[in-house]
Write a protein that binds this ligand. Structure first.
Ligand code: ATP
Ligand code: MG
Length: 360
């Protein structure tokens, strides 16, 4: 049976809802009882006045008042039937059905809540499908490239030169990056990250973290500037998570930088916060993309000012991980307008003392 078929009663009786304005089911039921009693009484009175005996008048009165009750009750309960049909459709993966929520009583409120719930389930189902599709795609691309590369090497079509081996290595690096991202993502899902905070010097930390990334510039001849003020600025936070933040943001800056560009990391103290800015001289991030890019698997869209995407080999998870790591510290991260290129602005508490803080 097609569960999306409307219930059978629908065909036999019209869906009348004259009592939709009533705010409570009790009021509706009282109205139905009073009106059907009035109908029965009027018919009995009319019948008796016109010389019809009780054997004819009573059945007539019952038929009319019962028909009225059935008609109104049907309108009152039709959202419940619609919900049943929608739930059956959802069980088959169809989240498009909504309930007509016109009444103001408890059933109407239930219908509204039901529609909101279906909306929510539909959107998380869509995200789940997207994640599976994206992950499969991201895993397939380097595996296919590696497979072709190794096949050519085995068949002797290409020589195992440093260049061919380097290409194969790049694909495996991409695979391992994706896998470690996925592990991070599952930790995000579990919300189970503990912060291991300690106090350390921001300047040394940034020099070290950015220095380790300079080799990723891929011959772009980039300049790397780390500007910390005051020079002895310290922070109490989790260095491992902070390294994730810096690594992802500097990797993005490198990826989007033009040849000969400058990647700048600025650290400042403001009250009880440390402000970090990651700047590059690339195409920048379009205003309409500035919130979306922090979602998982979001990459620059067709309107993106980024010239490198979506062919640059990114997985679209980096910024989601940055936001997660920043949230764990109770900080914030945003993409802001910059005179040139992109500017990612991170605010972290200078003294994070909460160990084992869970993201909200
Ligand atoms: N510095 C930047 N300049 C321009 N666009 C950027 C910059 N940083 C991020 N973006 C845009 O935001 C998108 C999401 O970035 P994110 O770091 O989440 O993913 P990615 O860099 O594509 O992949 P990866 O998962 O490898 O980091 C990018 O695809 C890009 O369009
Ligand atoms: Mg990235």
């Amino acid at each position: 049976m097609d569960s999306r078929q409307p219930p059978r009663l629908k065909a036999s009786l019209p869906d009348v809802r004259p009592l939709d304005r009533a705010r409570s089911l009790k009021v509706k039921l009282s109205v139905v009882v009073v009106v059907s009693v009035l109908i029965a009484a009027s018919i009995t009175w009319l019948g008796l006045r016109n010389g019809l005996g009780p054997t004819k008048t009573f059945p007539l009165a019952i038929i009319f008042s019962l028909s009225f009750t059935l008609l109104i009750a049907r309108g009152m309960t039709s959202p419940l039937r619609e919900m049943t049909a929608a739930v059956s459709a959802m069980a088959e993966g169809d989240y498009s059905q909504r309930v007509r929520a016109t009444s103001h009583d408890e059933v109407g409120q239930l219908a509204l809540a039901f529609n909101a719930m279906v909306e929510e389930i539909a959107s998380s189902d869509q995200i789940r499908r997207d994640v599976i599709a994206n992950v499969s795609h991201e895993l397939r691309t380097p595996v296919a490239a590696l497979h072709a590369q190794l096949e050519n090497l085995v068949d002797g079509v290409v020589e195992p030169t440093p260049a061919t081996l380097h290409t194969a290595l790049t694909q495996t690096e991409r695979l391992s990056r994706l896998i470690s991202y996925l592990l991070d993502l599952s930790r995000i899902e579990a919300g189970a990250a503990e912060l291991r905070v300690k106090e350390f010097a921001v300047g040394d930390f940034l020099e070290d973290a950015v220095g380790a990334l300079t080799m990723l510039e891929a011959g772009k001849q980039l300049d790397f500037v780390v500007d910390v003020d005051p020079g002895d600025l310290t922070i109490t936070s989790d260095p491992e998570r902070l390294r994730q933040i810096v690594t992802n943001l500097v990797q993005n800056a490198i990826r989007h930088s033009p040849y000969g560009g400058t990647v700048t990391v600025v650290a400042r103290e403001e009250g009880d916060e440390v402000l970090l800015d990651f700047l590059d001289e690339g195409p920048g991030i379009a205003v309409e993309d500035r919130e979306r890019i922090f979602q998982r698997f979001a990459r620059g869209g067709p309107n993106s000012r980024s010239v490198n995407h979506p062919t640059s080999g990114g997985t679209g998870i980096g910024l989601a991980i940055v936001r997660w790591a920043v949230d764990l510290h109770g900080g914030s991260v945003r993409a802001l307008e910059a005179p040139k290129g992109a500017r990612i602005h991170v605010r972290l508490p200078k003294n994070h003392t909460l160990v084992g803080h869970q993201p909200s």
